[in-house]
Design a protein around this ligand. Structure first.
Ligand code: 4NP
Length: 176
């Protein structure tokens, strides 16, 4: 049994805002968004914790989730129907308590969004790799877009165990 991770404190006590970010916002971050929202609801925190997702790119804005991601989530009992892709805004770096990048490129792109030479407003304690909180490993959540179903299942396993760990740490920080 792993211990709950240490999360950055709420900017506004009683409310915690999490954003998950990938490249296209049709595969990885929508899966993490749906799974995190489900775990937050299971924990009875949905009145205080908000989870949203976005892509660093704009190619898929307005589109639903990739059909392979949606089919897998649906088969596992999640609601994948409400997702519509959006592009991350620089303002999110200031508005969210935790901004979670799916891979190192997404993280670098997020840090470059802030004003200043190296993304001056991207607080490294709040703008993090999702797998910083994975109890079983670190590194990238691999992009499944050009691969097969196994890639989507791997992403789901990573986001499920990581979401569980994050939600276990939320109680301690949401009112901090
Ligand atoms: P995601 O996957 O970043 O996990 O949503 C991708 C979706 C679309 C593209 C690349 C990755 N694309 O190149 O269109």
């Amino acid at each position: 049994m792993s211990t709950a991770p240490s999360l950055p404190p709420a900017r506004t006590p009683g409310r915690y805002r999490i954003a998950v970010v990938c490249l296209g916002n049709i595969c990885r971050s929508p899966m993490a968004d749906v799974v995190l929202n489900a775990r937050v609801a299971d924990a009875g925190l949905d009145d205080r914790v908000e989870v949203v997702s976005a892509g660093t790119g704009d190619w898929h804005v307005g589109q639903p989730m990739d059909r392979r991601a949606a089919a897998l989530l649906t088969s596992e009992g999640y609601d994948a129907s409400r997702h519509r892709a959006q592009q991350v805004l620089a303002a999110w770096l200031d508005e969210h308590d935790l901004v979670l990048a799916m891979d190192a490129q997404n993280l670098a792109d997020l840090r470059d969004l802030g004003p200043g030479s190296a993304g001056g407003d991207a607080d490294p304690a709040r703008v993090r790799a999702l797998r910083d909180f994975d109890p079983e490993g670190t590194g990238d959540v691999p992009d499944p877009y050009y691969g097969g179903d196994a890639g989507f299942r791997e992403v789901l396993a990573m986001v499920e165990r990581t979401a569980e760990a994050i939600v276990a740490g939320l109680d301690r920080v949401v009112d901090a």
